[in-house]
Write a protein that binds this ligand. Structure first.
Ligand code: COA
Length: 315
């Protein structure tokens, strides 16, 4: 996590909002912002991956593949994964970025675990990372209150005990593009003076339809995942929901019958870090997790993209 904080009280000075409105409508109190000339998403990926290497006692040279889920890559190309591998000296790794907005970590986790299941790779790192402050319009009170910067990562390795990723249901619906997108800077609308003047290089969100689709999408897919695996809320130790809005998190937890104390929530201190939220929750709660526990990860985001993944914690 970057060290610099942006609190609701700071935002009160920038846009027409209040700490009370933000807290009651979203649950957010503060977020972190990556400041400094030349600092990009890869500067959060690199320390997250290095922390894993240190914890696991491995050298970055042992990493086979790094997958970075992000919508705020350092550049359109090359991939942030490639830049981060260079920064940490992971010279034996191949890697790529995944663009699936707030569901990026779940999409990448399925990809990463498939690489392990193929038997061809032994150490795959999956990182969710976004420097949202790079694409947020700090004059738009409906979006700037939600987002923050951050990165989290997990290491995937083979095991013979049936641990790790068990099952995933992943979905997408491109008709949701109209409600959550960045208009310019892609091949549809390359950057021009006009696109800059029209503030089209910032994230646009029509909050209400996104909210409605998120409540339904995240809850439905989590319930379907449990049903497909013959599980109920009683079998689940933790729900790790994408941290977009406390009200969306509560709706998902209620739907699968999990009380608040079994739900990881850190939205109050980090806001919505897009692909970063789920691995950051795992990082915050790591000491409380026990080997073999069933954990449900659930996300919804731009695309629309959404999904849920069942994991048996491995250590
Ligand atoms: C963005 C979001 C917090 C807005 O909350 P909301 O309850 O839907 O609020 P609305 O957009 O209906 O706005 C309600 C009122 O609050 C106002 N408002 C919006 N932002 C505000 C702010 N920061 N401070 C004060 N008032 C604000 C609106 O102008 C509107 O005023 P009006 O009734 O006079 O027109 C909410 O829609 C949301 O969380 N959406 C989903 C986000 C998400 O999951 N994204 C996917 C992953 S990124």
């Amino acid at each position: 996590m970057p060290e610099d904080k942006l609190t609701n009280f700071d935002l009160e000075k920038i846009v027409d909002t209040t700490d009370e409105w933000i807290r009651t409508r979203t649950g957010i109190e503060e977020r972190r912002i990556l400041k400094g000339e030349g600092k990009a998403t890869s500067d959060m990926v690199a320390p997250a991956v290095m922390e894993i290497c240190k914890k696991r006692g491995i050298d970055p040279m042992e990493i086979d593949c790094l997958i970075v889920a992000t919508v705020t890559p350092d550049m359109v190309f090359p991939a942030t994964a490639n830049i981060a591998c260079d920064k940490i000296g992971a010279k034996n790794a191949w890697g790529f970025d995944v663009s699936a907005a707030c569901s990026g970590f779940l999409y990448s986790l399925t990809l990463g675990s498939s690489l392990i299941e193929s038997g061809r790779y032994k150490k795959v790192v999956v990182c969710g990372a976004d420097k949202m402050s790079a694409i947020i319009d700090y004059s738009d009170r409906t979006t700037c209150i939600i987002f923050g910067d951050g990165a989290g990562a997990v290491l995937l390795e083979p095991n013979t005990e049936g641990l790790g990723v068990q099952d995933s249901i992943l979905k997408s619906d491109g008709s949701g593009c109209q409600y959550l997108h960045m208009k310019a800077g892609g091949s549809l609308k390359p950057a021009t003076v006009e696109t800059v003047m029209a503030r089209e290089h910032y994230a646009f969100q029509d909050g209400q339809p996104v909210f409605k689709a998120a409540v339904k999408g995240m809850a439905d897919v989590s319930a379907d995942l449990l049903e497909r695996n013959n599980l109920t809320g009683n079998d689940i130790s933790w729900l790790v929901p994408h941290q977009a809005n406390l009200r969306i998190i509560d709706a998902t937890a209620n739907r699968i019958g999990l009380p608040r104390e079994k739900v990881m929530i850190n939205i109050q201190k980090y806001g919505n870090t897009t692909a970063g939220t789920i691995p950051l929750c795992l990082w915050n709660w790591e000491k409380q997790l026990k080997k073999g526990e069933n954990i449900v990860l659930a996300a919804f985001g731009g695309g629309f993209t959404w999904g849920a993944t069942l994991v048996k914690w491995a250590y």
